[in-house]
Design a protein around this ligand. Structure first.
Ligand SMILES: [Zn+2]
Ligand SMILES: [Zn+2]
Length: 177
């Protein structure tokens, strides 16, 4: 969706707040003894996010009608503030991840899963913003990501679906350097 300035940047305020509150509440609920497992689950879900990022970009953003049109616009007008509103990404996350895990495994697990996934999402939108708006020096991690993402935008949109890492593109054979 075309977002206003506040809409575009609200993710960067709302997500850290939600992650911090959920993190504190989750750790209190888990208690000292279960804290290591809680943190382990956060790290596991952070890694899981990179796969979700790949799958969403490859199969949802490039194939689902309407969403595909919006994403095509991002491919062309890469610096415009086309994006997903915070209320929508948070709502989908709550319905698909947080609430079902809470129902099945309790609040402590759900808070860990959500913190991990939301940290991954925050990292992804931050990297994606920097890729399109910053001029990273060469060579650097960010420069490599920027070049790979530019290949996806302008040369081959069937390659380089991962934004924060090349790992899943390598696994699924869609990496193009
Ligand atoms: Zn794309
Ligand atoms: Zn992009």
């Amino acid at each position: 969706m075309q977002l206003g300035l506040i809409g575009y940047y609200s993710d960067f305020v709302v997500y850290p707040l939600v992650i911090a509150i959920l993190g504190i509440a989750g750790l209190i609920e888990a208690g000292e003894e279960s804290a290591p497992e809680w943190i382990g689950m956060v790290i596991f879900c952070l890694g899981l996010w990179t796969l979700i990022e790949y799958v969403l970009h490859r199969f949802v953003l490039h194939h689902i009608p309407y969403i595909r049109d919006l994403h095509d616009r991002h491919h062309v007008e890469e610096r415009s503030s086309v994006g997903t509103p915070t209320w929508l990404s948070l709502g989908v996350h709550a319905l698909v991840a947080f609430l079902p895990v809470w129902m099945a495994f309790g609040f402590a697990t759900a808070s860990a899963v959500s913190c991990g996934l939301m940290l991954g999402y925050l990292w992804y939108i931050s990297v994606h913003h920097m890729i399109h708006h910053w001029h990273p020096r060469h060579p650097s991690y960010l420069y490599t990501l920027k070049r790979r993402h530019a290949v996806h935008h302008h040369i081959d949109d069937t390659a380089n679906f991962g934004v924060t890492s090349i790992f899943w593109d390598r696994v699924f054979g869609t990496a193009q350097l």
